[in-house]
Design a protein around this ligand. Structure first.
Ligand code: FES
Ligand code: FES
Length: 152
C-alpha cells in the first residue's frame, strides 16, 4: 500500500492503494465516482475512458502509481453543468441507447477534439474505433462529434 494525492476534477484527493491498482478502481471504489464504467478490464472496450492531462486513457489499465501530478478528469468533471460541446451534441443527436458505453464515448470524443478540433470523418472513425457500443450507436456518435467540432 502507498499513499497518493491525486488531482481529480480539480480537487486533490487522498488515496491509499497498492501501486498497481487500476485508476478505474480508485475512481469507483475509493472516491465513489461511478460515472466511469467497467467493461472488459483489459483496455479493449473503452467504457472506462477518462482524461489524464487532457488525453484519453483506459483507466482499467492505468495504474494509480502512474498518475503522479497529472490532472485526471472523469465524466463527472468534464463540465459542471453538462455544457461541454460534446455533451450538448450528444443531447442534440439523442446518442445513447442503454447508455453503458456513453461516458467512455464522450470522454474519448472530448479528448479527440482537444487535440484535433476539426477532425475528418476518417479521423473520427479511427479515433473512436476502440470504444465499443453493444447497442450500435456509432452513426449518431459520429454525427454528434461533427456537431461538437463546429461548436467548439
Ligand atoms: S473496461 Fe477499460 S477498456 Fe474496457
Ligand atoms: S449505448 Fe448501449 S452499449 Fe453503447
Amino acid at each position: 500500500m502507498a499513499n497518493y494525492t491525486l488531482k481529480v476534477n480539480g480537487e486533490a484527493q487522498q488515496v491509499e492503494a497498492s501501486p498497481n491498482t487500476p485508476l478505474l478502481w480508485v475512481l469507483r471504489d475509493h472516491l465513489d465516482m461511478a460515472g466511469t464504467k467497467f467493461g472488459c478490464g483489459k483496455g479493449l472496450c473503452g467504457a472506462c475512458t477518462v482524461h489524464v492531462d487532457g488525453a484519453a486513457v483506459r483507466s482499467c489499465s492505468y495504474p494509480v502509481s502512474a498518475v503522479g501530478d497529472l490532472e485526471v478528469t472523469t465524466i463527472e468533471g468534464l463540465s459542471e453543468d453538462g455544457s461541454h460541446p460534446v455533451q450538448q451534441a450528444w443531447l442534440e443527436h439523442d446518442v445513447p441507447q442503454c447508455g453503458y458505453c456513453q461516458a467512455g464515448q464522450i470522454m474519448n470524443a472530448a479528448a479527440l477534439l482537444n487535440k484535433n478540433p476539426d477532425p475528418s470523418d476518417e479521423e473520427i472513425r479511427s479515433e473512436m474505433l476502440g470504444n465499443i457500443c453493444r447497442c450500435g450507436t456509432y452513426t449518431r456518435i459520429n454525427k454528434a462529434i461533427k456537431t461538437a467540432a463546429k461548436k467548439s
